[in-house]
Write a new protein. Structure first.
Length: 282
């Protein structure tokens, strides 16, 4: 396994692989690997000749007062886990190499980036789209692997790939969960013991919503209220948003129909957790 920090070194290494007609899969991360990341790596390993994983805590997707400086970083453990997964390359760029002095160019994805998480984290998806666009330009993979837990991020990146004609296939894999249903996330480490006991209510409430839809409840208002009441009753969590939206366009739905994304963000103290499920109305 190679650990490369230079853009030119990475490009040179991958150019040699392409000359041998090897396929390249790419998993972008901010490090602090967990089972969610590892599941993406395993899928990438099965489906490609070369597996590239980037580790870069991207400053432009953090707002004022957010956890950029305290975001979990564990290079040593990440490298150990990466070796176990038989990765080929870890790309570990510096901030200066990704954002040279006087960087003036950013990527804004209209409409879908300003809703849901984007409404309470202005500029977040501008940072996400920009860094992923840069990484796709640097790595030029055949396939990009993302996790469903970050559903809006997936939608933003898919839109960017289409709009800017990136020659890459995007694969979105299911959310990995703890045995009690909590979506695996690097930020789960911030939870107190009591908050960790309460946090599975997010997935529980989504499952109740799915059951209600299966029982012919089609009102998004009533579904949102069911989720809100469940979270309030069983936890100290403070809801940032709950929404039923079209899974492709992220446009809000008054009536549940077609492929629907039910998504939420909830704060436990200073820790903001997100989760979602997709329900297909038949």
């Amino acid at each position: 396994m190679q650990i490369l920090k230079s853009i030119s070194a990475l490009r040179s290494t991958l150019a040699a692989a392409r000359k041998k007609n090897k396929t390249i899969g790419f998993v972008p991360t901010m490090g602090a690997f967990h089972e969610g990341h590892l599941s993406l790596m395993r899928a990438c390993r099965k489906q490609n000749d070369i597996v590239v994983v980037s580790i870069f805590v991207n400053p432009t997707q953090f707002g004022a007062g957010e956890d950029f400086t305290s975001y979990p970083r564990d290079k040593k453990n990440d490298c150990l886990l990466a070796k176990k997964e038989n990765l080929d390359i870890i790309f570990y760029p510096s901030e200066k190499s990704i954002y040279p002095d006087r960087t003036l160019t950013y990527i804004d994805v209209d409409k879908i980036a300003g809703t849901l998480c984007g409404a309470s984290r202005p500029g977040h998806f501008r940072g996400v789209a920009t860094v992923v666009g840069k990484l796709l330009n640097i790595v030029a993979p055949d396939t990009l692997y993302l996790g469903q837990k970050d559903a809006q991020q997936c939608a933003v990146i898919q839109q960017m790939v289409r709009d800017l004609n990136f020659p890459v296939k995007v694969k979105i894999l299911p959310t990995k969960r703890e045995p009690d249903g909590l979506a695996i996330s690097s930020r789960n480490k911030y939870l107190s013991a009591q908050q960790r006991r309460e946090a599975p209510v997010l997935y529980q409430s989504l499952c109740l919503a799915k059951k209600a839809i299966r029982n012919r409840q089609k009102s998004s208002t009533k579904i949102n209220l069911l989720i809100q009441k469940t979270i309030s009753k069983k936890s100290s969590g403070k809801v940032d948003y709950i929404a039923c939206v079209d899974a492709n366009t992220l446009q809000p739905l008054k009536t549940i129909k077609g492929k629907t994304l039910i998504t939420l963000a909830v704060r436990f103290g200073r820790t903001r957790l997100i989760d979602n499920i997709i329900v297909t109305d038949v």
